[in-house]
Write a protein that binds this ligand. Structure first.
Ligand code: SAM
Length: 162
């Protein structure tokens, strides 16, 4: 499979999964967390599919397309390893959904990320809240949910806090 095909398949799965979770996430109170603003593509989609939810976005810097820049109150700048631990005064309630898009494409770096990310996420998520991520996380207080048909096994993971 060419890199173009692989990219298209990844983006298609991401969109399908984001939309698949909307109804379930809307049954849980609390904001949405977007970890990894990047170009702003998934943030732009999240604000379209979650018009009623507050969305807080995390990244080292704001380098997105100008049409999808979060406002200053909702853009949390810095290393997520620090900011996720200390964002409660700004974010307030625990999150109903976290979309994690910070994989590095380097397996060793990804292992390091999952090591520090899992306990921070556990702290920030509401009971019943959902996590969608391409990183396989060891989350002891979460169950792993099945994905809808057609999503490549192992490509994305859905967790729900119990
Ligand atoms: N969701 C984005 C989109 O659809 O355009 C793509 C996100 S991009 C793949 C990953 C982003 O995560 C980059 O902008 C990078 O700066 C950010 N990132 C990765 N690790 C981070 C960390 N530890 N703290 C803050 N930002 C991080």
């Amino acid at each position: 499979m060419s890199r173009l095909d692989s990219f298209i398949r990844r983006m298609t799965s991401q969109k399908i999964l984001l939309e698949y979770l909307v109804e379930k996430v809307n049954q849980v109170d609390g904001p949405v967390l977007e970890l990894g603003l990047g170009n702003g593509r998934t943030y732009d989609h999240l604000r379209e599919i979650y018009p009623e939810k507050e969305i807080f976005v995390f990244d080292f810097a704001m380098n997105c397309h100008p049409s999808c820049a979060p406002d200053a109150d909702h853009m949390i700048l810095g290393d997520i390893r620090d900011t996720l631990a200390f964002c409660e005064p700004r974010v307030g309630a625990k999150a109903s959904f976290a979309h994690i898009d910070i994989g590095s494409a380097d397996p060793t770096n990804d292992l390091a990320i999952v090591h520090w990310l899992a306990p921070l996420l556990n702290e920030r998520m509401a009971v019943g809240g959902f996590v969608l991520t391409a990183l396989k996380l060891e989350l002891s207080n979460f169950e792993t949910l099945d994905k809808p048909e057609g999503i490549h096994p192992g490509r994305y993971h859905i967790y729900r806090k119990v």
